[in-house]
Design a protein around this ligand. Sequence first.
Ligand code: XLS
Ligand code: NI
Ligand code: NI
Length: 435
Amino acid sequence: MSYFPEVEKINYEGPETKNMFAFRHYNAEEEVMGKKMKDHLRFAIAYWHTMTQDGSDPFGDPINQRTWFGKTPMETAKNRVEAFFEICQKLGAEYFCFHDVDIAPQGDSLQEFYDNLDEITDLIKEKMDQTGIKLLWNTANMFSHPRFTNGAASTNNADVFAYAAAQIKKGLDLSKKLGGENYVFWGGREGYESLLNTNMGFEQDNIARMFKMAIAYGEKIGHKPQFLLEPKPKEPTKHQYDFDAATAMAFIQKYGLEGDFKLNLEANHATLAGHTFEHELNVARQYDALGSMDANQGDVLLGWDTDEFPTNIFDTTLAMYEVLENGGIAPGGINFDAKVRRSSFEMEDLLLAHIAGMDTYARGLKAAAKLKEEHFFDDIKEKRYATFNEGIGKKIVDNEVNLESLTEYALAHDDVQLESSHLEYIKNCLNDYLV
Ligand code: XLS
Ligand code: NI
Ligand code: NI
């Protein structure tokens, strides 16, 4: 049975097409800088936003009616597998991501949850084998259930810590079963509400303990996905420990996790932290820790994680430029951690929204490749730092100076001449690459 009988496989038809269900810019097999677009972009579909999002908001009841709703939670879960792989196939997305709770009902006990997960992942594995679609990453949802009100690995309650460990262990078992290429930790409730009752150092030590157990377990079962830490500054927790890329790297370094962990960076989390997405990607690159991307966008007028589908080509161009500078994103990918707006409640909107996101990233890739091929930023930066290429500048870079020798130099050259950055001119030229 088909859940989208009216829609054929979505193909590239070019920017002139009037067909809503066609790509206008994403052409999977087309080569950009000697590599297929699909291999640059490694698109993944997020199970949660696509299959379980009901369109509700704090003021509105669920609105999304889906034909995969069944009579029991398990029946719905099974139908979802069918529908999900149809969506991935129709879009030509080769990867997917999920939380444990997205794919199977939790039932009345942890054992029942495990059994449900086993049954559903059998179905998922069958679909993966049939279609060739691969698991980019999975993760454990350790933030929705009331038991995680005070955190998971950072909880004040040891039984909760143990429960979280059991979810992670299962997550790694499922990752092995499905050949997951990465495994994500997003610390939704790993943070605190008030310092009046919080031992921050103790909580962070416990998070590191949990991560080390995850690494050890991966080694034990002979399955080592790339571990990824996903920063976010707030929401749901007021102070989240992995505030941004730099904070997450400080944590990773403090606990000696550099060899095992990279970062999964999300566009909307970057802006919530008061950064641009490209800033976060660039920071990660400085540490050789750019692991994967959660593609979405926030709304400049709203201060929360709106998880909109990315449609801003300025942002995707600068993000893809960082990816090209990184030499690619594999084994990570571009996961659409994005949901349709409440008013886009038809099932077909799930396809249209992904088409928009994929086209926007394709345009970003093409523009970024041109910027790189034409050395647009390289030339600007080369010129801007030119004083370090010779004379005293070169000596600084070669570590041949100290405060005394620089003082001697400065006394003789205190008539400093600056050059204008012509930033407005740069932005004007950059626009030519975007359209
Ligand atoms: C929420 C996060 C979440 C992670 C996976 O804001 O983005 O969806 O990506 O737990
Ligand atoms: Ni995310
Ligand atoms: Ni998010």
